[in-house]
Design a protein around this ligand. Structure first.
Ligand code: CDP
Length: 211
């Protein structure tokens, strides 16, 4: 079974998706980490981020991989921590908007998701990567709450800068951030991680009972 979890930054996707995958014994795939890793590599190599063709080629030649502990690797480097830097936060959506990059990433995401049960989180999972996913969830939350949650993960960035970064990224991501028509929307503004996970788990169990 595929469980697709989409939504904007700070809506709780990663924590919810990881916890859910643990509880269900499903694999977990973080597609955002793949775009982040490519961005990290492009910055390291000094590639212009406006050039979709060369970024697409780089994505194909240097595939992102994960180990069993969900550490992230690209071009022989463990980038698990580095891809959460503010610099990557700010530039990832510039890299991710190139169709050449998305084509390579989506193909790879489908390969990684194939075979077995998996929770996949991203922006376009329920709409494009896995439109046939058995369970689709779109998490949303009030922008102020999203900024506050992100602040806890990025203590070295000031709250104003962080809110601006988030807003800019939302704008850049908007075209890819539409919920699938058949996604269950969950507003997490006033919900804890456990509540959200329990709701999605119920959807998964209901769906499994139908199969
Ligand atoms: O956790 P957060 O929402 O901050 O970001 P993420 O899920 O790590 O994704 C980082 C960026 O990658 C997003 O802002 C999008 O620009 C891009 N992305 C995408 O375009 N498509 C996906 N399926 C996942 C991420």
């Amino acid at each position: 079974m595929i469980v697709a979890i989409d939504g904007p930054a700070g809506a709780g996707k990663s924590t919810v998706a990881r916890t859910l995958a643990d509880r269900l014994g499903f694999r977990y795939l973080d597609t955002g980490a793949m775009y982040r890793a490519l961005t990290w590599l492009a910055l390291k190599r000094g590639l212009p981020l406006g050039e979709g063709t060369s970024l697409g080629t780089l994505a194909r030649e240097r595939p992102v991989t994960f180990d069993e502990a969900d550490r992230v690797f690209i071009d022989g480097a463990d980038v698990t921590a580095a891809i959460r830097q503010a610099r990557v936060d700010r530039l990832v959506s510039v890299v991710a908007r190139h169709p050449e990059v998305r084509e390579v990433m989506r193909e790879r995401q489908r390969e990684l998701a194939a075979g077995g049960d998996v929770v996949i989180e991203g922006r376009d999972i329920g709409t494009v990567v896995a439109p046939g996913a058995e369970v689709k969830v779109y998490l949303e939350a009030d922008p102020t709450v999203r900024a506050r949650r992100r602040q806890a993960e990025r203590p070295d960035i000031g709250p104003d800068a962080l809110a601006t970064d988030l807003k800019l990224r939302d704008e850049r991501d908007r075209a890819r951030m539409q919920p699938a028509a058949d996604a269950q929307r969950i507003d997490t503004t006033n919900l804890g991680v456990d509540d959200v996970v329990t709701r999605i788990e119920a959807l998964v169990r209901a769906r499994a009972a139908l199969a």
